[in-house]
Ligand binder design. Structure first.
Ligand SMILES: Cc1cc2nc3c(=O)[nH]c(=O)nc-3n(C[C@H](O)[C@H](O)[C@H](O)COP(=O)(O)O)c2cc1C
Length: 209
């Protein structure tokens, strides 16, 4: 019994130390000069199947997050992705073998959410070094008149971010696949999402095997 309690205490201490260990990631300035043409990217876009273990570079990650849903007009705070009523309700969570971060567009950085490798929540098939999860926060559509459209707009806005990711990847030799399949209950529990925050779609990101 004593051993069991010691083991449990050690486990709790290790887990909380791990959470503290997960550092914020300040992303690089986006490189606006890279990538193929839009037409070439459209021609190359496809969903990847198998991913190698090689993580994309720091610059790739910075540019990918910005392309996905970064701020492209600092004077208004508006984004690379359009959103219904400019509610900007799609949050991006990155899952790697180190932990989960959430994208802070204003600071162009990744803020720690939870330490540890939680990529299995997206299934073993199509495991990738990086998984980007899109979560819409329907509570941002606070306007009464918009109530019946909330879910629709959340889904449409997610699709726009998804296509930004797909085109950035296609233009830069990176492989990706959008997936609706995931362990939603597990994700909601891990990220402590409320009833309005809906995990919609995830993108496996990496290099083709
Ligand atoms: C909303 C949506 C959900 C998807 N969900 C999954 C999924 O759960 N698992 C999967 O392997 N692919 C998923 N896909 C990828 C599609 O299977 C893929 O886009 C389709 O086969 C067409 O192939 P392409 O993207 O190469 O043109 C999804 C795509 C979309 C747009």
């Amino acid at each position: 019994m004593k051993q069991m309690i010691t083991f449990l205490m050690l486990w709790v201490i290790t887990a909380s130390l791990q959470a503290q260990d997960l550092k914020p990631i300040q992303l690089n300035k986006p490189n606006l000069k890279r990538g193929s043409t839009v037409m070439q990217a459209l021609n190359d876009r496809k969903s990847g199947n198998e991913f190698s273990d090689r993580m994309i570079s720091d610059q790739d990650l910075s540019d990918l997050m910005w392309a996905a849903n970064g701020i492209n007009r600092p004077e208004t705070g508006k984004r690379t992705a359009a959103s219904a009523m400019n509610k900007q309700e799609v949050a991006l969570y990155t899952f790697t073998n180190e932990g989960v971060h959430v994208y802070d567009a204003k600071g162009h950085r990744l803020t720690p959410v939870v330490a540890g490798d939680h990529r299995k929540l997206f299934g073993e098939r199509g495991m990738a070094p990086l998984i980007i999860l899109m979560v819409t926060d329907l509570s941002k559509f606070d306007n009464q008149a918009a109530a019946s459209y909330k879910e629709e707009w959340g889904a449409i806005d997610t699709g726009i971010v998804s296509q930004n990711i797909a085109l950035f990847c296609a233009a830069n030799g990176i492989s990706t696949r959008p997936r609706a399949f995931m362990n939603r209950e597990g994700i909601i529990r891990l990220l402590k999402l409320n009833e309005w925050q809906r995990p919609m779609l995830n993108h496996a990101v990496g290099f083709a095997k």
